[in-house]
Ligand binder design. Structure first.
Ligand code: HEC
Ligand code: HEC
Ligand code: HEC
Ligand code: HEC
Length: 425
């Protein structure tokens, strides 16, 4: 992708700085971090910044590494606070550069603080924090940009940079939007004029509202055009996100690496789960410990329903929900907390799936697969008093908790429900 420079986030250091350096040399990548220092030594581990020419301009690209979430990972090196490093580096580069870009894996709030403090950073590309795409935000003349994590999207920022070094409001974009709005209103007006005689329209409140709105939008458009001719040509940008579609063919080599890594992660989680289980067992000898905290205590497990709901159980066992755990086992992913929320039996809590990795990786076998209670809610109390306390019937949101847009694009509730609805008793 003709990568000029790459920032270093805490996760990139999971294998240590040496491995990272070797990988970057092998792949000819320029890794940047101004605040990553060896445990003993006064020189940073990587280049702090790069001065380069892009589109006839001198551009300074700086790297800032965010702090660790898991302190244990932080071994053999230091990550210095930005306050100690950034002011000096900026002082060095800002005179030499027409534009300053910061690649930062610090938290969003930190980046905003940096933007407020230093007017001369023109763009901050933020990584490793948060999940979604975010349109650029202009804080104190710094654009803070973020693309969804894990390479699901490519963020594309087109910039038109000039001597003013000042980001302007994006007038052309706004103009286009307002012009579209006006076109829509005119179209609606035209349609009404075709359908109704003019005399009727005078007293038609919807029509009058449209006319009013049309005047307002026209005024706004005129103002924008005026601003455009008056302004001292500020710098402009347009931003878009391109989804890295899964429909593209997989690269076999990369896929093999990803699969291998996933299996390794699964092994690590499996081991951790075993160790936790061992610890719990030793604990249980001393206390009459309840293994699971709140959510699971309310669960009964699908096996307990057989006795009274044979028809529904027999039907359920024919559906793929009864094999959802096996699907993960077949791919060595049954300890991956990223997959588990939707392939085990947990109801929605406050409308959400549970993402607690500890709970998920140690879920007991009777709650493997998408069982009865994933749809009908916790049913332990129902077992005690079946005539009085009865489980819920699933509604669309119940399914949507797992059949998300991302995982199941083609989910149409009214159709799919017919496939899995339990028969009447
Ligand atoms: C001891 C018997 C018994 C057991 C065990 C039992 N149920 Fe029930 N269940 C009943 C009875 C009785 C009713 C209400 C009468 C009916 O409509 O069948 C009922 C009703 C239901 C209903 C329908 C509620 C409604 O609004 O119509 C659902 C759903 C349900 N049970 C789910 C489960 C699930 C899930 C389990 C296992 C975790 C389970 N039941 C275990 C006896 C039982
Ligand atoms: C806890 C998560 C979860 C919930 C809740 C859930 N599903 Fe599923 N569903 C899955 C998973 C996972 C699969 C794929 C299972 C596999 O093949 O491993 C699936 C598969 C399906 C299938 C295809 C399987 C078949 O047997 O034809 C249908 C249809 C379906 N779900 C409908 C629904 C509907 C309708 C609801 C709500 C009433 C619902 N699901 C609720 C996770 C869930
Ligand atoms: C947000 C919920 C959710 C998460 C998280 C999730 N899945 Fe699923 N998965 C589903 C649903 C829903 C289906 C069924 C989709 C359909 O029928 O098209 C499914 C289907 C599948 C299937 C296809 C089953 C088949 O053979 O047809 C596989 C394989 C699978 N999931 C693996 C995984 C893996 C591996 C992970 C973790 C990396 C994962 N899933 C995470 C909800 C989820
Ligand atoms: C994927 C979601 C899903 C799963 C899993 C599921 N059910 Fe159901 N169940 C439904 C739906 C949908 C209905 C129909 C609800 C309605 O009538 O609105 C239903 C209805 C029922 C009823 C009421 C039937 C009647 O008399 O009308 C019972 C009892 C029941 N389910 C028991 C179970 C049991 C026991 C299991 C596990 C073995 C199970 N369900 C698993 C979705 C599910």
């Amino acid at each position: 992708m003709h990568t000029r420079a790459v920032g270093i986030s805490p996760y990139d250091l999971a294998g240590g700085p040496d491995l990272l350096r070797r990988l970057s040399q092998k792949n000819n990548l320029t890794l940047l971090s101004m605040n990553l220092y060896p445990e003993h030594g006064a020189a940073p581990l990587f280049r702090p910044y790069l001065l380069t020419r892009i589109g006839g301009m001198n551009v300074a690209i700086l790297g800032l590494t965010g702090s660790f979430i898991n302190k244990q990972m932080n071994k053999g090196f230091h990550i210095l606070p930005w306050q100690e490093i950034l002011p000096d580096i900026l002082g060095t580069v800002e005179k030499k550069a027409d534009m300053v870009i910061l690649l930062s894996s610090a938290a969003r709030r930190t980046n905003e603080e940096i933007a407020r403090k230093f007017k001369n950073i023109n763009i901050i590309f933020q990584s490793g924090q948060g999940n979604g795409n975010q349109a650029p935000v202009n804080i104190n003349n710094t654009l803070i940009c973020r693309t969804a994590s894990r390479g699901k999207y490519l963020g594309v920022l087109h910039i038109n940079w000039n001597r003013s070094k000042t980001w302007g409001e994006n007038i052309p974009d706004q103009l286009k939007k307002e012009q579209n709005r006006l076109d829509r209103i005119n179209w609606q007006i035209g349609r009404m004029q075709k359908r109704h005689p003019a005399s009727k329209l005078e007293s038609n409140s919807q029509f009058q509202r449209l006319i009013k709105e049309k005047n307002k939008v026209e005024q706004g458009l005129n103002q924008l055009r005026q601003q455009q001719t008056n302004s001292k040509k500020p710098c402009r940008y347009t931003n878009s996100f391109i989804a890295m579609k899964t429909s593209l063919p997989e690269d076999k080599t990369i896929k093999a690496i990803v699969d291998k890594t996933r299996r390794e992660v699964n092994q690590i989680n499996r081991k951790m789960q075993r160790e936790r289980k061992k610890r719990r067992e030793t604990q249980r000898q001393t206390t009459t410990g309840q293994v699971f905290s709140v959510p699971l205590q309310e669960m009964a497990g699908s096996q307990t329903c057989q006795e009274c709901h044979q028809a529904q159980v027999a039907f359920y066992l024919q559906t793929d929900h009864a094999r959802a755990w096996q699907t993960l086992v077949a791919r060595d992913q049954q300890y991956n907390p990223e997959c588990l929320p939707c392939h085990v039996t947990l109801p929605l809590y406050n409308g959400k799936r549970i993402h607690d990795a500890r709970l998920l990786t140690s879920i007991p076998p009777q709650l493997h697969n998408v069982g009865c209670e994933a749809c009908h809610g916790p049913a332990r109390n129902h077992l005690h008093d079946p005539d009085i306390i009865q489980p819920d019937k699933p509604v669309e949101i119940t399914c949507r908790g797992c059949h998300t847009k991302e995982r199941d694009k083609n989910f149409i509730f009214s159709e799919k429900i017919l496939k899995i609805r339990c028969p009447a008793g």
